[in-house]
Design a protein around this ligand. Structure first.
Ligand SMILES: C[S@@+](CC[C@H](N)C(=O)[O-])C[C@H]1O[C@@H](n2cnc3c(N)ncnc32)[C@H](O)[C@@H]1O
Length: 213
């Protein structure tokens, strides 16, 4: 039988624990009111992040690139009871929608939203993290990785999204833009980083999973 990826994906969505009403509402409002809704973490990737966070049971999570808050809400579900997720978003126009859905998710006391440029905010966060999710502009992935690495606890994890960059990394003719170059640089950098063990999960647009030795 020749199964298509779409059939498998639809079955996985149907059989998995359903998306919460809040996340459905967040997806609807993002699609209606916000630019580039393609940036939203979808239902299945949201579940992957939620379940991996539940397996790690972090005390502290750092997210770079909040957008409208979907992935922050998913990741926060794995936090230990007194745990905290810090999420950084540079676009102030997204603040209201983020705060609205963080509030509706009932995780207001667990999620701290920082509005501003991650490259300026990260150095001000005086704490160590168990889990870091990088999902911001692709050209700064390596800079962000280098900046956060010392803030990651030994044995902690970094997840980085979109490391296949819509397949553009495979086509030499499409590698001239700064985002594609940024992703190629990042993938090469982490592959050669002796401080880390990495695994590229070839799902959706590619999720890099990095464990600090
Ligand atoms: C792909 S979206 C994030 C999607 C979100 N994690 C989710 O799953 O719904 C990328 C976001 O990163 C933000 N961003 C990009 N560069 C940034 C930076 N230097 N500092 C903070 N946020 C940044 C963008 O404004 C955008 O909202």
């Amino acid at each position: 039988m020749d199964l298509t990826e779409q059939t498998i994906f639809e079955y996985a969505e149907a059989i998995s624990a359903p998306e919460s009403e809040i996340l459905k509402q967040l997806t609807r409002e993002t699609n209606l009111k916000v630019m580039n809704p393609i940036m939203l973490t979808g239902k299945i990737q949201g579940k992957i992040l939620q379940f991996m966070s539940m397996m790690i049971q972090p005390e502290t999570i750092l997210e770079i690139g909040t957008y409208t808050g979907y992935s922050a809400i998913c990741l926060a579900q794995g936090l230990k009871p007194a745990g905290k997720l810090h999420t950084i978003e540079k676009d102030p126009e997204l603040e209201d929608i983020c705060r609205k859905y963080i509030g509706l998710s009932g995780q207001e006391n667990k999620i701290e939203l920082h509005i501003g440029d991650a490259l300026q905010i990260i150095p001000t966060l005086d704490m160590q993290f168990d889990l870091i999710f990088i999902d911001c502009d692709k050209e700064i992935y390596t800079a962000v990785y280098q900046m956060v690495f010392d803030k990651l606890k030994p044995g902690g994890y970094i997840f980085a999204d979109n490391v296949l960059w819509h397949g553009k990394i495979f086509d030499e003719k499409q590698q001239n833009d700064k985002e594609t170059k940024g992703i190629i640089d990042f993938n090469t950098f982490v592959k050669n980083d002796k401080r880390a063990e990495i695994f590229l999960l070839p799902f959706r647009d590619g999720l890099m999973i990095i464990k600090k030795r």
